[in-house]
Design a binder for this molecule. Structure first.
Ligand code: UT7
Length: 315
Protein backbone atom coordinates (compact mmCIF):
# COMPACT_ATOMS: atom_id res chain seq x y z
CA UNK A 1 0.00 0.00 0.00
CA UNK A 2 1.15 3.56 -0.72
CA UNK A 3 1.86 5.97 2.10
CA UNK A 4 1.32 9.72 2.46
CA UNK A 5 3.48 12.76 3.06
CA UNK A 6 2.32 16.17 4.23
CA UNK A 7 2.88 18.63 1.37
CA UNK A 8 0.98 21.69 2.61
CA UNK A 9 -0.14 23.15 5.94
CA UNK A 10 -2.39 26.02 6.99
CA UNK A 11 -4.05 27.38 10.10
CA UNK A 12 -6.79 29.79 11.02
CA UNK A 13 -7.80 31.21 14.40
CA UNK A 14 -10.49 33.74 15.26
CA UNK A 15 -9.42 37.30 16.06
CA UNK A 16 -10.92 37.61 19.54
CA UNK A 17 -8.50 36.64 22.33
CA UNK A 18 -9.92 35.69 25.72
CA UNK A 19 -7.37 36.04 28.54
CA UNK A 20 -7.34 34.36 31.92
CA UNK A 21 -8.17 37.73 33.46
CA UNK A 22 -11.23 37.96 31.19
CA UNK A 23 -12.33 34.54 32.49
CA UNK A 24 -11.80 35.68 36.08
CA UNK A 25 -14.59 38.23 35.41
CA UNK A 26 -16.93 35.41 34.38
CA UNK A 27 -16.24 32.58 36.90
CA UNK A 28 -14.38 32.22 40.19
CA UNK A 29 -10.86 31.63 38.92
CA UNK A 30 -7.58 33.48 38.44
CA UNK A 31 -4.60 33.65 36.10
CA UNK A 32 -2.26 31.94 38.58
CA UNK A 33 -4.52 28.86 38.96
CA UNK A 34 -5.07 28.49 35.21
CA UNK A 35 -1.41 28.92 34.25
CA UNK A 36 -0.05 26.65 36.98
CA UNK A 37 -2.63 23.84 36.39
CA UNK A 38 -2.83 23.99 32.59
CA UNK A 39 -0.17 26.27 31.04
CA UNK A 40 -2.93 28.19 29.23
CA UNK A 41 -2.66 32.00 29.10
CA UNK A 42 -5.06 32.87 26.27
CA UNK A 43 -7.46 31.21 23.85
CA UNK A 44 -9.05 32.48 20.60
CA UNK A 45 -12.85 32.61 20.51
CA UNK A 46 -15.19 33.08 17.51
CA UNK A 47 -17.18 36.31 17.62
CA UNK A 48 -17.64 37.18 13.98
CA UNK A 49 -16.16 34.05 12.36
CA UNK A 50 -18.02 30.76 11.85
CA UNK A 51 -16.63 27.21 12.04
CA UNK A 52 -16.92 27.12 8.24
CA UNK A 53 -14.88 30.34 7.90
CA UNK A 54 -12.06 28.78 9.94
CA UNK A 55 -12.12 25.58 7.84
CA UNK A 56 -12.14 27.49 4.58
CA UNK A 57 -9.29 29.83 5.48
CA UNK A 58 -7.02 27.06 6.85
CA UNK A 59 -7.76 24.92 3.77
CA UNK A 60 -6.94 27.74 1.33
CA UNK A 61 -3.60 28.39 3.07
CA UNK A 62 -2.72 24.66 3.04
CA UNK A 63 -3.62 24.28 -0.66
CA UNK A 64 -1.53 27.35 -1.56
CA UNK A 65 1.33 26.02 0.58
CA UNK A 66 1.17 22.70 -1.31
CA UNK A 67 1.25 24.55 -4.64
CA UNK A 68 -1.63 22.53 -6.09
CA UNK A 69 -5.07 23.36 -7.49
CA UNK A 70 -8.31 22.43 -5.65
CA UNK A 71 -9.25 20.31 -8.69
CA UNK A 72 -6.39 17.92 -7.85
CA UNK A 73 -7.86 17.03 -4.43
CA UNK A 74 -9.15 13.44 -4.23
CA UNK A 75 -10.97 13.54 -0.87
CA UNK A 76 -11.79 16.01 1.90
CA UNK A 77 -12.27 15.11 5.56
CA UNK A 78 -13.02 17.55 8.38
CA UNK A 79 -12.36 16.18 11.87
CA UNK A 80 -14.67 18.00 14.27
CA UNK A 81 -17.29 17.75 17.02
CA UNK A 82 -18.51 21.32 16.62
CA UNK A 83 -19.42 22.00 12.97
CA UNK A 84 -22.01 24.69 12.18
CA UNK A 85 -24.41 22.04 10.85
CA UNK A 86 -25.03 18.37 11.51
CA UNK A 87 -25.98 18.31 7.83
CA UNK A 88 -24.54 19.36 5.42
CA UNK A 89 -21.11 18.35 6.68
CA UNK A 90 -18.43 21.05 6.84
CA UNK A 91 -16.45 19.02 4.26
CA UNK A 92 -19.38 19.14 1.81
CA UNK A 93 -19.57 22.93 2.01
CA UNK A 94 -15.80 23.05 1.44
CA UNK A 95 -16.35 21.07 -1.79
CA UNK A 96 -18.53 23.97 -2.98
CA UNK A 97 -16.51 26.85 -1.54
CA UNK A 98 -13.08 25.59 -2.62
CA UNK A 99 -14.28 24.23 -5.97
CA UNK A 100 -13.20 20.66 -5.21
CA UNK A 101 -14.14 17.99 -7.77
CA UNK A 102 -17.70 16.61 -7.39
CA UNK A 103 -16.67 12.96 -7.79
CA UNK A 104 -14.76 12.69 -4.51
CA UNK A 105 -15.71 11.71 -0.93
CA UNK A 106 -16.22 14.69 1.42
CA UNK A 107 -17.36 14.06 4.99
CA UNK A 108 -16.91 15.03 8.63
CA UNK A 109 -15.37 12.64 11.14
CA UNK A 110 -15.97 12.65 14.90
CA UNK A 111 -13.20 11.19 17.03
CA UNK A 112 -12.95 14.22 19.34
CA UNK A 113 -9.34 15.24 20.05
CA UNK A 114 -7.96 12.22 18.13
CA UNK A 115 -9.99 13.25 15.06
CA UNK A 116 -7.16 14.66 12.96
CA UNK A 117 -5.04 11.51 13.29
CA UNK A 118 -8.03 9.25 12.56
CA UNK A 119 -8.80 11.40 9.51
CA UNK A 120 -5.20 11.21 8.28
CA UNK A 121 -5.34 7.41 8.43
CA UNK A 122 -8.73 7.25 6.68
CA UNK A 123 -7.37 9.64 4.02
CA UNK A 124 -4.36 7.39 3.45
CA UNK A 125 -6.69 4.43 2.85
CA UNK A 126 -9.01 6.43 0.56
CA UNK A 127 -6.13 7.72 -1.58
CA UNK A 128 -4.88 4.15 -2.00
CA UNK A 129 -8.19 3.45 -3.75
CA UNK A 130 -8.25 6.70 -5.75
CA UNK A 131 -6.83 7.83 -9.07
CA UNK A 132 -6.20 11.26 -7.50
CA UNK A 133 -3.19 11.54 -5.23
CA UNK A 134 -3.86 14.58 -3.04
CA UNK A 135 -6.12 14.73 0.01
CA UNK A 136 -7.29 17.57 2.25
CA UNK A 137 -7.51 16.82 6.00
CA UNK A 138 -8.74 19.52 8.36
CA UNK A 139 -9.17 19.64 12.13
CA UNK A 140 -11.52 22.47 13.10
CA UNK A 141 -13.42 23.32 16.27
CA UNK A 142 -15.65 26.09 17.53
CA UNK A 143 -15.74 24.75 21.08
CA UNK A 144 -16.87 28.11 22.47
CA UNK A 145 -20.37 27.01 21.36
CA UNK A 146 -20.14 23.82 23.41
CA UNK A 147 -18.59 25.19 26.59
CA UNK A 148 -20.61 25.68 29.76
CA UNK A 149 -19.40 29.20 30.56
CA UNK A 150 -20.50 28.74 34.20
CA UNK A 151 -18.31 25.67 34.78
CA UNK A 152 -14.86 26.90 35.80
CA UNK A 153 -13.34 23.41 35.60
CA UNK A 154 -13.91 23.23 31.83
CA UNK A 155 -14.55 26.73 30.43
CA UNK A 156 -10.95 27.82 31.06
CA UNK A 157 -9.56 24.99 28.93
CA UNK A 158 -11.01 25.26 25.45
CA UNK A 159 -10.49 27.48 22.39
CA UNK A 160 -11.51 27.76 18.74
CA UNK A 161 -9.32 27.25 15.68
CA UNK A 162 -8.49 25.17 12.62
CA UNK A 163 -5.48 23.48 11.07
CA UNK A 164 -5.35 21.93 7.60
CA UNK A 165 -2.98 19.55 5.85
CA UNK A 166 -2.70 18.66 2.17
CA UNK A 167 -1.29 15.16 1.89
CA UNK A 168 0.12 13.36 -1.13
CA UNK A 169 -0.04 9.63 -1.70
CA UNK A 170 2.84 7.95 -3.50
CA UNK A 171 4.44 4.55 -3.88
CA UNK A 172 7.70 6.30 -2.90
CA UNK A 173 6.38 6.60 0.66
CA UNK A 174 5.84 3.66 2.99
CA UNK A 175 2.27 3.20 4.30
CA UNK A 176 2.19 5.05 7.60
CA UNK A 177 2.27 2.95 10.75
CA UNK A 178 -0.64 4.58 12.50
CA UNK A 179 -1.87 3.32 15.86
CA UNK A 180 -5.53 3.99 16.68
CA UNK A 181 -7.68 2.87 19.58
CA UNK A 182 -10.99 3.34 21.35
CA UNK A 183 -12.52 2.44 24.71
CA UNK A 184 -16.19 3.45 24.71
CA UNK A 185 -16.97 5.70 27.69
CA UNK A 186 -19.43 8.55 28.22
CA UNK A 187 -18.53 9.31 31.83
CA UNK A 188 -15.05 10.78 31.43
CA UNK A 189 -15.88 13.22 28.65
CA UNK A 190 -19.37 13.91 27.33
CA UNK A 191 -21.11 16.27 24.91
CA UNK A 192 -24.80 15.29 24.62
CA UNK A 193 -26.29 15.15 21.11
CA UNK A 194 -29.30 16.86 19.56
CA UNK A 195 -31.87 14.44 21.02
CA UNK A 196 -30.57 14.51 24.60
CA UNK A 197 -32.52 16.01 27.49
CA UNK A 198 -29.46 17.85 28.86
CA UNK A 199 -27.93 20.90 27.16
CA UNK A 200 -25.24 20.12 24.59
CA UNK A 201 -22.23 21.32 26.57
CA UNK A 202 -18.93 19.70 27.51
CA UNK A 203 -18.65 17.89 30.84
CA UNK A 204 -15.44 16.18 31.88
CA UNK A 205 -13.86 14.22 34.72
CA UNK A 206 -10.65 16.23 34.38
CA UNK A 207 -8.41 14.28 36.74
CA UNK A 208 -9.39 10.90 35.23
CA UNK A 209 -8.82 12.22 31.69
CA UNK A 210 -5.43 13.56 32.80
CA UNK A 211 -4.49 10.08 34.10
CA UNK A 212 -5.75 8.45 30.89
CA UNK A 213 -3.59 10.82 28.81
CA UNK A 214 -0.33 10.37 30.70
CA UNK A 215 -0.72 6.58 30.49
CA UNK A 216 -1.77 6.52 26.84
CA UNK A 217 0.79 8.87 25.24
CA UNK A 218 3.90 6.81 26.11
CA UNK A 219 2.08 3.60 25.03
CA UNK A 220 1.19 5.16 21.65
CA UNK A 221 4.75 6.40 21.14
CA UNK A 222 6.18 2.95 21.87
CA UNK A 223 3.70 1.27 19.49
CA UNK A 224 4.36 3.73 16.65
CA UNK A 225 8.14 3.39 17.00
CA UNK A 226 7.89 -0.40 17.11
CA UNK A 227 5.70 -0.54 13.97
CA UNK A 228 7.96 1.95 12.23
CA UNK A 229 11.13 0.12 13.37
CA UNK A 230 12.37 3.51 14.59
CA UNK A 231 13.81 4.92 17.81
CA UNK A 232 13.16 8.10 19.76
CA UNK A 233 16.31 9.56 18.19
CA UNK A 234 14.80 9.17 14.69
CA UNK A 235 12.04 11.64 15.60
CA UNK A 236 12.75 15.28 14.75
CA UNK A 237 9.70 16.69 16.47
CA UNK A 238 6.98 15.43 18.84
CA UNK A 239 3.51 16.96 18.57
CA UNK A 240 1.00 15.88 21.21
CA UNK A 241 -2.63 16.95 21.49
CA UNK A 242 -2.53 20.26 23.38
CA UNK A 243 -4.84 19.50 26.31
CA UNK A 244 -2.70 20.55 29.27
CA UNK A 245 0.96 21.66 29.38
CA UNK A 246 1.42 19.48 32.48
CA UNK A 247 0.43 16.37 30.49
CA UNK A 248 3.04 17.19 27.84
CA UNK A 249 5.72 18.05 30.43
CA UNK A 250 5.02 14.80 32.29
CA UNK A 251 5.60 12.73 29.12
CA UNK A 252 8.70 14.72 28.15
CA UNK A 253 10.16 14.07 31.60
CA UNK A 254 9.17 10.38 31.74
CA UNK A 255 10.55 9.53 28.29
CA UNK A 256 13.59 11.84 28.51
CA UNK A 257 12.51 13.70 25.36
CA UNK A 258 14.70 16.78 24.77
CA UNK A 259 12.20 19.57 25.58
CA UNK A 260 13.18 21.51 22.44
CA UNK A 261 11.92 18.56 20.34
CA UNK A 262 8.42 18.77 21.83
CA UNK A 263 6.21 21.60 20.62
CA UNK A 264 3.70 23.44 22.81
CA UNK A 265 1.35 26.23 21.78
CA UNK A 266 -1.38 25.54 24.34
CA UNK A 267 -0.34 28.71 26.17
CA UNK A 268 -1.80 30.74 23.28
CA UNK A 269 -4.69 28.63 21.95
CA UNK A 270 -5.89 26.42 24.83
CA UNK A 271 -7.32 23.02 23.94
CA UNK A 272 -8.74 23.16 20.39
CA UNK A 273 -9.58 19.42 20.27
CA UNK A 274 -9.33 18.06 16.69
CA UNK A 275 -7.63 21.29 15.55
CA UNK A 276 -4.79 21.18 18.04
CA UNK A 277 -2.37 18.87 16.18
CA UNK A 278 -2.71 20.41 12.67
CA UNK A 279 -2.63 23.90 14.21
CA UNK A 280 0.66 22.98 15.89
CA UNK A 281 2.03 21.49 12.64
CA UNK A 282 1.15 24.62 10.66
CA UNK A 283 2.74 26.83 13.28
CA UNK A 284 5.89 24.68 13.43
CA UNK A 285 6.25 25.07 9.68
CA UNK A 286 5.65 28.85 9.87
CA UNK A 287 8.35 29.06 12.52
CA UNK A 288 10.64 26.95 10.29
CA UNK A 289 11.04 24.43 13.11
CA UNK A 290 10.01 21.68 10.68
CA UNK A 291 10.60 21.47 6.93
CA UNK A 292 11.28 19.03 4.10
CA UNK A 293 12.35 15.65 5.46
CA UNK A 294 11.30 16.35 9.07
CA UNK A 295 9.90 13.28 10.80
CA UNK A 296 7.09 14.27 13.14
CA UNK A 297 5.60 11.89 15.69
CA UNK A 298 2.08 12.91 16.67
CA UNK A 299 -0.13 11.56 19.46
CA UNK A 300 -3.78 12.44 20.07
CA UNK A 301 -6.18 11.40 22.87
CA UNK A 302 -9.56 12.42 24.11
CA UNK A 303 -13.33 11.89 24.06
CA UNK A 304 -14.67 8.55 23.05
CA UNK A 305 -12.36 7.65 24.71
CA UNK A 306 -10.03 7.58 21.72
CA UNK A 307 -6.31 7.67 21.13
CA UNK A 308 -3.92 7.53 18.22
CA UNK A 309 -0.34 8.00 17.14
CA UNK A 310 1.52 8.23 13.87
CA UNK A 311 4.85 9.34 12.41
CA UNK A 312 4.73 11.31 9.17
CA UNK A 313 7.42 12.95 7.08
CA UNK A 314 7.13 16.39 5.52
CA UNK A 315 7.71 16.75 1.79
O1 UT7 B 1 -8.98 17.25 25.15
C1 UT7 B 1 -9.63 16.38 26.01
C2 UT7 B 1 -8.74 15.93 27.00
N1 UT7 B 1 -8.83 16.73 28.18
C3 UT7 B 1 -7.83 16.74 29.03
O2 UT7 B 1 -6.81 16.15 28.77
C4 UT7 B 1 -8.00 17.44 30.35
C5 UT7 B 1 -7.17 16.73 31.37
N2 UT7 B 1 -7.37 17.24 32.70
C6 UT7 B 1 -6.83 18.42 33.12
O3 UT7 B 1 -6.20 19.12 32.36
C7 UT7 B 1 -6.97 18.78 34.58
O4 UT7 B 1 -7.54 17.72 35.28
C8 UT7 B 1 -7.78 20.08 34.83
C9 UT7 B 1 -7.00 21.28 34.38
C10 UT7 B 1 -9.10 20.00 34.09
C11 UT7 B 1 -8.08 20.23 36.31
O5 UT7 B 1 -6.86 20.25 37.04
P1 UT7 B 1 -6.69 19.40 38.37
O6 UT7 B 1 -5.35 19.65 38.88
O7 UT7 B 1 -7.05 17.97 38.00
O8 UT7 B 1 -7.76 20.06 39.34
P2 UT7 B 1 -9.04 19.42 40.03
O9 UT7 B 1 -10.12 19.19 39.03
O10 UT7 B 1 -8.60 18.24 40.86
O11 UT7 B 1 -9.47 20.60 40.99
C12 UT7 B 1 -8.65 21.01 42.09
C13 UT7 B 1 -9.33 22.17 42.77
C14 UT7 B 1 -10.80 21.92 43.11
O12 UT7 B 1 -11.07 22.57 44.32
P3 UT7 B 1 -11.17 21.73 45.69
O13 UT7 B 1 -12.26 20.72 45.46
O14 UT7 B 1 -9.82 21.11 45.87
O15 UT7 B 1 -11.50 22.78 46.70
C15 UT7 B 1 -11.53 22.61 42.00
O16 UT7 B 1 -12.84 23.02 42.39
O17 UT7 B 1 -9.33 23.31 41.88
C16 UT7 B 1 -10.67 23.82 41.77
N3 UT7 B 1 -10.81 24.38 40.42
C17 UT7 B 1 -10.51 25.64 40.13
N4 UT7 B 1 -10.03 26.66 40.89
C18 UT7 B 1 -9.80 27.83 40.27
C19 UT7 B 1 -11.25 23.74 39.30
N5 UT7 B 1 -11.22 24.61 38.27
C20 UT7 B 1 -10.76 25.79 38.76
C21 UT7 B 1 -10.51 27.04 38.17
N6 UT7 B 1 -10.03 28.04 38.97
N7 UT7 B 1 -10.71 27.28 36.86
Amino acid sequence: MDGIKIVGLGKSVPQKILTNDDLAQMVETNDEWIVSRTGIRTRHICETESHQDLCLHAAKVAIADAGIEPGQIGACIVATVSADNVCPAAACLLQRDLGLPEDIPCFDLNAACTGFLEAMHVMECILNASARKFGLVIGCEELSHLVNWEDRSTCILFGDGAGAAVVESSSEYAFTDTVLGCRGDEALLHIPGAGAAEPSVISMEGTAVFRFAVEMIPKCIAQVLEKKQATMEDVDCFVFHQANARIIDHVVHKLHIPPEKCFKNIQEYGNTSAASIPLALAELKELKKIGPGSKVLMVGFGGGMTWGGTMVELA
